[in-house]
Write a protein that binds this ligand. Sequence first.
Ligand code: GLU
Length: 487
Amino acid sequence: MDRVRTRYAPSPTGHLHIGGARTALFSYLHAKRHGGDFIVRIEDTDTERNVEGADEKQMAMLKWLGIKWDEGVDVGGPYGPYRCMERTEIYNRYIDQLLKEGKAYLSYTTKEELEKEREEQIARGEVPKYSGWDRDLTPEQRAKFEAEGRVPSVRFRVPEGKTIVIEDEIRGTVKFESDGIGDFVIRRPDGRPTYNFAVVVDDALMKISHVIRGEEHLSNTPKQIMIYEALGFKPPVFAHIPLILNGEGKKMSKRDESIIQFIDQYKELGYLPEAIVNFISLLGWSPEGEEEMFTPQELVDVFSLERVSKAPAIFDTGKLKWMNGQYIKKAPLERIVELAIPHLEKAGRIQTPLDEEQKAWVTRLVALYQEQMEYAAEIVELSDLFFQDEISYSEQARQVLAEEQVPVVLKAFLELVQQSASFEPDDIKKMFKQVQKETGYKGKKLFMPVRVAVTGLEHGPDLRGSLSLIGRDRVIKRLHQVIDNVL
Ligand code: GLU
């Protein structure tokens, strides 16, 4: 078998999208599973749509996800250049070959003529298809068009009456009739190749063995197969991976605001790359057993195209959050602290650089929420109570504070806090024991009044840790406030 070589070929038109990241991931996993090479090629021939710097940003996001390539614009490789617009000479060589062999022709149709032809076909109830009226112009006709100043494009001469069969790794046998396909442009009048042509030359010369890409490209595949045949290249194996649908079961569009769609947005929000990789690996692929949590290396070991489904994948935002939460729980605290700091800073809660004491405080704060946090940005909202001077007590909180044991418990606790020299979680534990002994109250009746009085909330992270972090002075102030005003 030929060496397995796959590629991801983004057009630098925007940020790295979930769908693109999945294509890159599946291509990467397939190559690595089979000990092969993964290539990143920048398909920048659609120059009007290119966005300055988008290629670098996309590559940075792939790296962040841990998807590494063996060949590409930045690392080079034996089949470069890996940027299409640096390969026009190569394309022209093959276009010349097709022109010489009569498999392509210079087409002088203007945009207006093309539009008119289409409109007429539609008016006649036909599916629009290029008529190929200028397939066989005489030298005189050509000279006349040139004299008019028309600049020709190059069109591929689609063979008549052919059935094009794709043996797709995922979709099975898919057939297209060549008669449904009009002669299509392979080089624009300004000399740039079109995607369908460049992709064939590039995949063939770069010895790509498996083209793994989104299902939306399936309809391009017959055109590409015809070009492979015309150039005498062996086509690769094709694997078209299913669409990704949004939570409502509709095709995800880039404008769909119900889903965060770009990888940099997830990075910004404090998601972990290995959680995202795990999540997107399950968009269309399913493992053999029940287990769904896989490290990147485990994915390399278990991924297979055979287990990629034809059916569309559903993007379940809740599941992504949950999965990220699982990874956050397992990650070293230090790492989550680093992710949380920029969010706390942006919210004006802290100011970097932090000195050692502040860093220790933030670390303890994040530790309180590590279990619960689904992504790092949540720390701001979750930890709100630690940054408020004044607490307001909701109706519910007041009801808790109205229970009969509350004054006794709070006063006993306040006294101990006032006497204490140290206010670490262990000291607080002892204080609660003491209050229990003195008042006879335990469990919820003991802890809830203190929690509600100090935080204003009935729920929250570990109480001793929270109190210690809020700090002795603020705890005293809040207990006083409740004892004097609320009770
Ligand atoms: N540049 C194409 C895209 O961004 C890649 C198509 C392909 O993989 O053949 O969709």
